[in-house]
Design a protein around this ligand. Structure first.
Ligand SMILES: Nc1ncnc2c1ncn2[C@@H]1O[C@H](COP(=O)(O)OP(=O)(O)O)[C@@H](O)[C@H]1O
Ligand SMILES: CC(=O)N[C@@H](CCC(=O)OP(=O)(O)O)C(=O)O
Length: 331
């Protein structure tokens, strides 16, 4: 394998140019970058492993960070990983709803989605946020292909309530993913593409459903047999004592996370439920990282930086209730 290590990791033009130059050969498949440096052995171990990266709307705070995200995703791809991006866009949807004088309301971290709100959700996610990410990734070569979960029946959902104090509350056209058909994503990955998926699903009843992006990413990670799920957000990780105590839980096992879940609120509810479901479904590790930190994604995947919150399946002996961040996570 050859890898434009410096160019791709730094997102500089050299790596991108090499990959672009090699594209368009036999069968339209994107070959490995032909250049320069032999990949070091430590990099070889990542080749062929699947990572689902959830890019939260709150992590899309400025243009430079979005560009850095796109470069990181391309760097992973150039190192031989199979990368699927699932994007959010909650703040962007809320901004347009407010401009249109439509109500912005969340229950247990999920948007109350009337048919009018659903139109805006679809417009913003598939028409704006997804397009922006595809555009930024494709500045480096013909990698990104945008789609929604509706496409080719990739995600099928049923209507779900929000749960408040143990009781179901109707929140409109919000879905729970009940089936994933990964065929289209697998075909794109086999061709060296980077699918960029909007969290919208076709309902089993034929309607269109709004899916929380964390939960969509989790369902896709399980169906793809991903090794990792990485969620990029706007905080340093899960803070069990939030908002009073901002100590981040560094490493959590599934049972530890399960016991914390009832105390969580807001956007952390679907995020941590998504991490838990992914790890339970066979994903080796799920991370919640601060997407505002440049290259947090690369750092975690390649170096196991120990930033943010890492969720793993089994308790180790002498596991504390939760380990503070920065004490070394999984590699
Ligand atoms: N226990 C907690 N630890 C950290 N952040 C929390 C916690 N509870 C709620 N939050 C809030 O969750 C937000 C991240 O979730 P969300 O708004 O859904 O972001 P994203 O758009 O990245 O999915 C943080 O900005 C923070 O305000
Ligand atoms: C049902 C539900 O809440 N859907 C989310 C979908 C977008 C999303 O999840 O965006 P973030 O990841 O940026 O929060 C919403 O309408 O905001």
């Amino acid at each position: 394998m050859t890898f434009t290590a410096a160019g791709a990791a730094a997102g500089a033009g050299a790596g991108a140019a090499a990959v672009t130059g090699a594209a368009g050969s036999a069968g339209g498949r994107l070959p490995a970058a032909r250049t320069a440096v032999e990949a070091p052995p430590w990099l070889e171990r990542f080749r062929g492993s699947t990572v689902v990266v959830k890019f939260g709307g709150h992590a899309m705070v400025d243009e430079e960070l979005k560009r850095a995200f796109a470069r990181d995703v391309v760097a992973l791809r150039c190192a031989g990983l199979r990368v699927v991006v699932v994007h959010g866009g909650g703040p962007q949807i809320s901004a347009l709803l407010a401009r249109l004088d439509l109500e912005v309301r969340f229950t247990a971290g999920l948007r109350v989605t009337t048919p009018e709100v659903m139109e805006v959700v679809r417009m913003v996610l598939a028409g704006q946020v997804q397009r922006d990410i595809v555009h930024l990734v494709n500045a480096h070569g013909p990698y990104a292909v945008g789609m929604t979960g509706e496409d080719a029946h990739t995600l099928t959902a049923v209507r779900r309530p929000a749960w408040v104090d143990g009781r179901p509350v109707d929140i409109g056209l919000v879905g729970e993913v009940v089936r994933v058909d990964p065929e289209t994503l697998l075909a794109l990955l086999d061709r060296g593409r980077i699918p960029v998926v909007s969290p919208i699903a076709r309902g089993a009843d034929g309607r269109v459903y709004n899916i929380n992006a964390d939960l969509a990413a989790s369902a896709l990670a399980v169906a793809l047999g991903a090794e990792r799920l990485v969620m990029l957000t706007d905080v340093a990780g899960l803070m069990p004592g939030w908002p009073g105590d901002t100590t981040v839980a560094g490493r959590l096992t599934v049972p530890q996370l399960e016991s914390l879940l009832p105390s969580l609120t807001g956007g952390m509810v679907p995020k941590m439920e998504g991490c838990m479901a992914a790890v339970r479904g066979g994903v080796r590790v799920a991370h919640v990282l601060d997407g505002r930190v440049p290259h947090a994604l690369l750092q975690e995947v390649f170096a196991g930086g120990g930033a943010g919150t890492t969720v793993v399946p089994e308790p180790a002996a002498d596991e504390p209730a939760f380990a503070p961040a920065g004490d070394g996570a999984l590699g």
